[in-house]
Design a protein around this ligand. Structure first.
Ligand code: BG6
Length: 510
């Protein structure tokens, strides 16, 4: 069995072909994203020989500097990630040949992307090659950069060359701004040129939800309201808002995590089987799933959504400040750093099944998972065994940091009496596959290079997500209500427990 898996993994690795030649233009080349995620992912792609010999990067930013300065800065930051510091990218040491290959292909261009000059310079410098423009900049610049790229003729597809634009989140702040941005960019680019990133989709375990459901015969027949009691989706973090107070004060946990990352997980779990794995077939089913989310009334928002904000406490043995004492945060801020929701999908497969979603910062543990709780057996045959001991079946999809799947079921306790105990069956990725250090962006960057949009959001995916949270944002704006404090390092506000408990359900402990 292990042998078989190893062979098929090798076969797959061998079948990934090097991407076509391309120049990657990064706006925001001196920013955090470039340093923390883009460079490590390009380095990993270079290490697996998936980049073409003619691949190159042009980093654009305002600070003065030369190619050599840019290469030096990126080399220093890559070195700072080793030995293993436990970040997104963590390796024992930097592979000199992969980094050497990549670093000599890094170029730098000084330019202010709010002005036309740099776009004219780029137009002169870029010939007829394939180009990806990566907007690693704050979202207020997205529309303007795409306008200027268009005006300079840089987005024109001709002579077989491709021109693609990668847009980071946040894509809008509410449904109105997301629609306006989609309208603006779709007047300048075709949908097949736009790659709206949600980095959760780069995570292997998130993609594996589709494989689990649609490449096995045993799970999908159970994947309906007839057999599933409720579903929990958790994205718990131990980090606080770090240096992002300014961004977080106008964003909060709901906007930051729910219409994008959490709904992507929800869509993977609830979508109908697509007709094929072609990008548009998958994206259409995901859009339909999110579109089925029940629109909450103001009353339902009050009953089904709980907000929290971290107070000072201890996380992983360290004392940490409360949210209101973080840099760039108002001392009386009511912005939520935690949100829990009880949601329903109004469709044939899921009607009546509650989906409990929770996400928060400064919690006890970093853990992203989906827990599918199945309905209990129809009759109690084992009358002497307490119901609570029997427990219902559950399947846990561990997304991070553990990567795997667990199934809980009941088994007979060895001995002469019929005693039943809950047991757990575990599959761990690491036991079967050779897991290479990865940021999750490798897959996404490779897909942009090869023109595969399956893991990127189409305009309707984004707008459906914002539509579903719109009643909550509107209710909070008109009736701010209570933001419950919770101690950093705990499970989140106690009030969130009542969301499932009122209905006989409960959150799994972090
Ligand atoms: C980002 C959010 O999109 O996702 C952050 O803006 C959050 O606030 C992060 O910390 C979580 O991603 P991951 O991959 O660390 O779970």
């Amino acid at each position: 069995m292990d042998q078989l898996v190893a062979e098929s993994t090798r076969a797959l690795a061998l079948s990934a072909k090097p991407a076509p030649p391309c120049t990657l233009v990064i706006f925001g080349a001196n920013g955090d994203l470039t340093k923390r995620l883009l460079m490590p992912s390009l380095y990993n792609l270079a290490g697996t020989k998936l980049l073409d010999a003619r691949f190159s990067v042009i980093g654009v930013d305002r600070d003065p500097g030369s190619d050599a300065d840019f290469q030096g800065r990126q080399t220093a930051s890559m070195r700072s990630f080793t030995p293993d510091k436990g970040g997104e990218f963590a390796e024992a040491s930097l592979d000199g040949s992969a980094w050497g290959w990549l670093s000599q292909r890094l170029h730098y261009m000084v330019g202010d992307f709010t002005q036309n000059q740099v776009f004219d310079d780029l137009a002169r410098r870029l010939g007829d090659e394939n180009v990806i423009f990566y907007l690693a900049v704050p979202d207020r610049f997205f529309g303007g950069i795409i306008e200027r790229l268009h005006e300079a003729g840089l987005t024109e597809k001709r002579n077989g060359r491709f021109r693609r634009v990668v847009i980071e989140k946040p894509f809008g702040h509410d449904i109105a701004s997301a629609r306006a941005l989609n309208k603006q960019i779709l007047s300048l680019l075709d949908e097949d040129q736009i790659y709206r990133i949600d980095h959760f989709l780069g995570k292997e375990t998130v993609q594996n939800i589709m494989a689990l459901r649609f490449s096995n015969g045993i799970f999908e027949p159970l994947w309906t309201r007839d057999h599933i009691d409720y579903v929990e989706i958790t994205a718990a973090e131990t980090v606080g808002v770090e240096k992002r107070g300014k961004f977080y004060e106008v964003t909060g946990a709901l906007r930051d995590m729910v219409p994008n990352h959490m709904f992507q997980l929800l869509a993977m779990v609830t979508m109908e089987p697509p007709n094929s794995f072609a990008a548009d077939a998958v994206r259409a089913e995901k859009a339909k799933a999110i579109d089925a989310l029940h629109m909450m009334s103001a009353r339902e928002v009050m009953q089904n959504v709980v907000r929290g904000q971290y107070a000072a406490g201890q996380v992983l043995g360290e004392n940490v400040a409360g949210y209101r004492n973080e840099p760039d945060v108002a001392p009386d801020s009511n912005v939520e750093t935690y949100v829990a929701l009880r949601l329903f999908l109004d469709n044939w497969r899921w009607a009546g099944v509650p989906f409990y979603l929770r996400t928060g910062k400064r919690l006890m543990k970093r853990k992203t998972e989906v827990a599918i709780h199945f309905k209990p057996a129809p009759i109690r045959m084992f009358r002497d065994v307490g119901m609570e001991r029997l427990g219902a079946n559950a399947m846990i999809l561990h997304v991070q940091p553990e990567e795997g799947i667990s199934i809980y079921f009941s088994a007979k306790h060895p001995g002469q009496v019929m005693d039943i105990d809950p047991v757990r069956m575990d599959f761990k990725y690491a036991d079967f596959f050779d897991l290479k250090p990865s940021t999750g962006y490798e897959t996404l960057l490779y897909d942009v290079l090869t023109g595969d949009q399956t893991l990127f959001n189409r305009a309707d995916n984004i707008e459906n997500g914002w539509c579903a949270v719109d009643p909550i944002l509107r209710e909070w704006a008109s009736h701010p209500g209570i933001v419950h404090p919770y101690f950093a390092g705990g499970q989140g506000p106690n009030e969130a427990d009542s969301l499932p408990e009122r209905h006989g359900h409960s959150w799994r402990k972090l």
